[in-house]
Design a protein around this ligand. Structure first.
Ligand code: PLP
Length: 377
């Protein structure tokens, strides 16, 4: 967010910046969702809502898990919060006690370690790299477990790498999770942005014992281009959902009431929702392939073709610069904004978001090529 803010400030000052730093779709929220929220405002939905969310939305969330994954949950197992980020934080806070260890595969989404620390826990990182497609193995997970281990955080499709675990890979991790008695925070924020033969898997559906220990987070920000609405969803076994609701009651009270009616339309008006997601996905997929091909054309850069989210995570270690120096110089000299891998616990890479226009991607990657050609290797 800091790099994105700097890039936006440069843009505001009249600089021609190519921004690859933002973690949000460049699309606007679909009109039918906006209309529903406006109708709710006009109808006076301007008061406090029930803490865990309006009843209709909780029911619609339960319905969609059933329809999409055959995952049977009661509406009382769902909590709607002001953003998926807050859903993650409350899920961690509900389960992690001071002194507990939380296993976080790296590269990780930037907020997890601090959320764990705020809960009094200790983040334990398990490094991965592009040689293993940024995925942890059951053996790595097993090796990271100690008597203090309480939770594993999974994020598939991943921010920042775009990696998507297969069902078999997740099932193998789930076996360890159950046997070693861990909770899992499964952050499925990008579940609807999967390409090629990738498949979004809802981790909790990998067995009843898995379901008993999994907190599933998702939301509307990425799927429906609703980052500014601040709406996240959490699904958990009833006692955890109750604890999350209690935490929300003493912190945010509830997610914005009229915004929840917009989200309700997103889940109820399935045909329009499908169309909106499909339109975004076609654009993201085109940009993903283009950016991936162009990156790999640059001597010294190598990049996997990630199957999910809207990020690529190329390796830039061959230039001999720390990644934050590389990204700072790239922004200063070429006005290209990207986030260094070290921000996600992975030195030697950078994260490029392709949730931006085709023109900016084309221009930005050309500038990156020029920048790289000036560096010794
Ligand atoms: N989880 C992941 C992996 C994310 O990338 C994000 C947003 O960047 C979130 C959760 C939170 O999304 P929001 O709070 O905007 O709903």
């Amino acid at each position: 967010m800091a790099i994105d803010a700097k890039s936006k400030a440069l843009k505001a000052a009249g600089e021609d910046v190519c921004g690859f730093a933002a973690g949000e779709p460049d699309f606007d929220t679909p009109d039918f969702i906006k209309e529903a929220a406006m109708a709710a405002l006009r109808a006076g939905k301007t008061k406090y809502a029930p803490t865990p969310g309006i009843d209709e939305l909780r029911a619609a969330i339960a319905d969609r898990y059933m329809a999409e994954y055959g995952f049977k949950i009661a509406p009382t197992q769902t909590v709607v919060s002001p953003g998926g980020k807050f859903s993650c934080y409350l899920g961690i806070l509900a389960v992690v006690n001071p002194g507990d260890e939380v296993i976080i595969p790296a590269p990780y989404w930037v907020s997890y370690p601090d959320m764990v620390k705020l809960a009094g826990g200790t983040p334990i990182f398990v490094p991965t790299d592009d040689a293993t497609s940024f995925k942890i193995t059951p053996a790595q997970l097993e090796a990271a477990i100690t008597p203090k281990s309480k939770m594993l955080i999974l994020c598939s499709p991943s921010n920042p790498t775009g990696a998507v675990y297969t069902r078999a890979e997740l099932a193998a991790l789930a076996e360890v999770v159950v046997r070693r008695n861990l909770y899992v925070l499964s952050d499925e924020m990008y579940e609807h942005l999967v390409y090629d033969d990738g498949q979004a898997i809802c981790f909790a559906t990998l067995g009843s014992e898995v379901e008993q220990r999994t907190i599933t987070v998702s939301g509307f920000s990425k799927t429906f281009a609703m980052t500014g609405w601040r709406l996240g969803t959490l699904v958990a076994p009833a006692p955890i959902a109750k604890a999350v609701g209690d935490l929300q009651s003493q912190t945010s009270s509830n997610a914005t009431t009229f915004a929840q009616y917009g989200a309700l339309a997103a889940l109820r008006e399935k045909e329009k929702a499908r169309e909106a997601i499909a339109t975004m996905k076609v654009a993201f997929d085109r940009r993903r392939k283009f950016l991936h091909a162009e990156l790999n054309r640059i001597p010294g850069v190598s990049c996997l073709l990630a199957k999910g989210a809207f990020y690529l995570f190329p390796r830039i270690a061959s230039f001999g610069l720390k990644d934050h120096v590389f990204c700072a110089r790239l922004l200063e000299t070429m006005k290209v904004a990207a986030v260094p891998g070290s921000a996600f616990g992975a030195e030697g890479y950078m994260r490029l978001s392709y949730a931006t226009s085709d023109e900016i991607i084309k221009k930005g990657v050309e500038r990156l090529a020029v920048f790289c050609s000036t560096l010794p290797r």
